[in-house]
Design a protein around this ligand. Structure first.
Ligand code: IMP
Length: 430
């Protein structure tokens, strides 16, 4: 069985959770490699809706090992609540099937404060973050003043480090952001307690994963957010602060690129985006509203309404290139059943010129207009479709056109939230 990366090919919320859940059945291990509680992976199983923030979607499959890699940032309170919620829903979550990297960085109270206060201060220029402290925690990681999961298990050295970091962070909070300083004792005690509660899950996950690969176990690397939110290749500065693309699978787990066989890009049959930033195929008005309502396009972490638009083949070609995507899982095709005409953005127009490559600078992207092709909709309910042959011909034409316009084969099409509402278009690629 190959090792596979599942990556969001758009701006997040593509339905990665349900695709990972589907493929998890066929692998031994699922590992999350970046992001943190800003992610909300929704899976509908046995009539229950489960939203996962840190824990890999593989946790819902019996007998699979779930691993949280070093590239993830952990908010211990949310992580522990997530475990409790899963247990209450009847899922096994214990030290045997869940492992957490000792190298993962920890979201501290000052990270959340800084995130929220900065967004307030930026006003109209805000990024539209999830307010979960994600930017500030990654910032501290790179600035070498971060706190790692492993630090919570060593009270003496943690105390000294937290004291030094907090002194600096409090200056920033009070002088720059005009907020109240935070108290050392309170944070120290709270986080030492978290350390006690999570220590059974903590290990050197890079060693664990490489040992498992040596034993011929197969691994699924689960990306969070999406390629267009990647800190290097996304629509900077309107991005998240981690490597949400496939490259993050290596740096965020300590597994080398020679061990990865395939990259599956997950893309919605249309496009959505939460937060600020350019979005050339965005639709405003009635049609955009209809897409949002039909697709239930509200953030699973923040509840914010998502911005909606038509499928953008330009950004998808780019995503496929920078992530080495070898196949696509196309989700939510059923949502388009409500439209009699459907558009695909196949190029952009910038200052009167047609461009086919996704611009690398935001100032150009901001001023790009979409060039559309219009195709007929199918206006039929797809909920009972079990085979490609049963799809209306217009839906098949839409899938074909997406494959052609992006240059990437579509392997999986999902037609609804629950596990069984999915069709495979090609022979099993795994
Ligand atoms: P942050 O990750 O909270 O710093 O937010 C930065 C940007 O990424 C904002 O536009 C968020 O809306 C977006 N973002 C973060 N996580 C997700 C996600 O899981 N799905 C979609 N957008 C996200």
């Amino acid at each position: 069985m190959p090792n596979i990366v599942v990556v969001g090919a758009q701006w997040g919320d593509e339905g990665k959770g349900r695709i990972v859940d589907l493929i998890a059945e066929k692998v031994d291990v699922v590992v999350r490699y970046q992001g943190g509680s800003n992610a909300g992976h929704t899976i509908v199983t046995n009539g229950q809706t489960i939203i996962l923030h840190h824990i890999p979607s593989g946790i819902l499959r019996e007998g699979k090992l779930s691993v949280i890699g070093n590239g993830v940032v952990i908010d211990p309170q949310i992580f522990l609540e997530e475990i409790e919620r899963l247990r209450a829903a009847g899922y096994k979550v214990d030290e045997e099937n869940l492992k957490l990297s000792d190298r993962a960085h920890v979201v501290m109270p000052y990270h959340k404060q800084v995130d929220i206060a900065r967004e307030e201060k930026m006003g109209r220029n805000r990024i539209g973050t999830t307010g979960r402290g994600i930017g500030p925690v990654y910032e501290d990681k790179v600035a070498r003043r971060g706190i790692k999961v492993g630090d919570l298990l060593h009270p003496e050295s943690f105390s000294a480090r937290l004291r030094a970091v907090l002194e600096e962070r409090n200056l920033y909070l009070t002088r720059v952001l005009q907020k109240e300083p935070l108290e050392f004792e309170k944070i120290f005690e709270e986080y030492i307690r978290y350390g006690e509660q999570i220590k059974g899950f903590v290990t050197d996950t890079s060693k664990l994963l490489n040992d498992l690969i040596d034993k011929r176990k197969s691994i699924l690397f689960e990306g969070a957010q999406g390629a267009l939110l990647d800190v290097d290749f996304g629509t900077y500065p309107y991005v998240t602060s981690s490597s949400a693309g496939s490259g993050g699978a290596c740096t965020g787990t300590g597994v080398g690129p020679t061990k990865i066989d395939m990259v599956l890009g997950v893309a919605k049959a249309y496009t959505t985006r939460v937060g600020e930033g350019p979005f050339p195929s965005e639709i405003s008005g009635e049609i955009g509203e209809k897409l949002r309502e039909s697709g239930g396009e509200y953030g699973s972490t923040t509840g914010r309404p998502r911005r909606c638009g038509w499928f953008d083949a330009v950004s998808l070609r780019y995503s496929a290139r920078v992530n080495g995507i070898t196949a696509i899982a196309l989700t939510k095709l059923d949502v388009l059943s409500k439209f009699n005409k459907i558009k695909i953005c196949t190029a952009y127009k910038y200052r009167g010129e047609i461009i086919k490559d996704f611009p690398s600078h935001i100032e150009i992207l901001k001023n790009c207009l979409p060039v559309y092709e219009e195709i007929d909709g199918w206006e039929k309910d797809l909920s009972d479709v079990k085979d490609i042959k049963d799809l209306p011909y217009q839906a098949r034409a839409y899938i074909d056109r997406i494959q052609e316009a992006t240059g990437v084969p579509i392997w999986i099409v999902s037609l609804g939230a629950s596990r069984e509402k999915v069709i495979f278009l090609k022979d099993n690629l795994l």
